[in-house]
Design a protein around this ligand. Structure first.
Ligand code: SF4
Ligand code: SF4
Ligand code: FES
Length: 261
């Protein structure tokens, strides 16, 4: 028997001085394989066209539809209503700028942190030559880099992060994951000192409380803690570099495919 879903949605338009934050209830008949994204569309099409929420791909690819679903950040298009109770409470993702109702601006946030960590390959190579043969890379390493590039910048890990909620300048797991992607990329010529300068502080890995909220909610199942671990290890090794005997240091370092000087 189908259920009648009670969907309670946070409503607020920051551009309207008369708007006051409040919760509004909607009721939707559930059908099999209904996603939360579909339920919200039904509400917008049949009950309230002013309801604001974001979507683009409907397939867990664009990262637009992140929201807090019964207290837990997740993607509306990836969430089946049958996996939720019949009372569903929706809030916008915290940390990001609220545009209205469930819609937040993750783009500006990710662009800003990308600029802070200089999220591009730093190379001494001269200008790009389109006729040059592509540089070869071991498959295994290419796959590791690809694994770190799967982030869709949905913001769920940032919204779930206690440190990001407390510190506006915390880079967050997705950003540290992004930096790890460049760290293992042999085309990136940044030194460990340069990496240390970017994340060897409270804005980076030292601000992380390690409680795994980020990894728990990641819809792409990116092993965020592994990446935080890699970067922590790199920073720890850097801080003992002058103390440990060279042979021991190299043994612990063991960074395999790519070592920064
Ligand atoms: S483990 Fe670190 S980055 Fe992840 S949610 Fe906790 S504090 Fe944030
Ligand atoms: S790491 Fe996962 S949760 Fe965080 S922004 Fe990327 S896809 Fe979303
Ligand atoms: S609509 Fe693109 S991830 Fe949900």
């Amino acid at each position: 028997m189908s259920r009648k879903l009670h969907i309670e949605v946070f409503r607020y338009n920051p551009l309207d001085p008369a708007s006051v934050p409040h919760m509004q209830s909607f009721y939707v008949e559930e059908y099999s394989s209904m996603t939360l994204f579909i339920a919200l569309n039904i509400i917008r099409e049949q009950q309230d066209p002013s309801l604001q929420f974001d979507f683009c791909c409907r397939a867990g690819i664009c990262g637009s539809c992140g929201m807090v679903i019964n207290g837990r950040p997740g993607l509306a298009c990836h969430t089946q209503t049958r996996d939720l109770p019949d009372h569903i409470v929706l809030h916008p993702l915290p940390v990001f700028k609220l545009l209205g109702d469930l819609s937040v601006d993750t783009g500006v946030w990710f662009r800003e942190v990308g600029r802070k960590i200089e999220a591009w390959v730093h190379t001494q190579d001269k200008a790009f030559d389109p006729r040059a043969e592509e540089k070869r890379m071991e498959n295994e390493l290419a796959e590791q880099i690809f694994e770190l590039d799967r982030c869709i910048e949905c913001g769920c890990c940032i919204a779930a992060c206690g440190t990001a909620r407390m510190r506006k300048d915390f880079l967050g797991a997705a950003t540290i994951n992004r930096l790890a992607r460049f760290y293992i990329d042999p085309r990136d010529n940044r030194s460990e000192d340069e990496y240390y300068d970017v994340i060897g502080n409270d804005q980076g890995v030292f601000g992380c409380m390690g409680l795994l909220g980020c990894e728990d909610v990641c819809p792409k199942k990116i092993p965020l803690q592994d990446q935080l671990g890699i970067m922590r290890r790199m920073l720890a090794l850097k801080s003992v570099k002058g103390i440990l005997p060279k042979a021991l240091y190299e043994k612990f370092k063991g960074c395999g495919s790519h070592c920064h000087s």
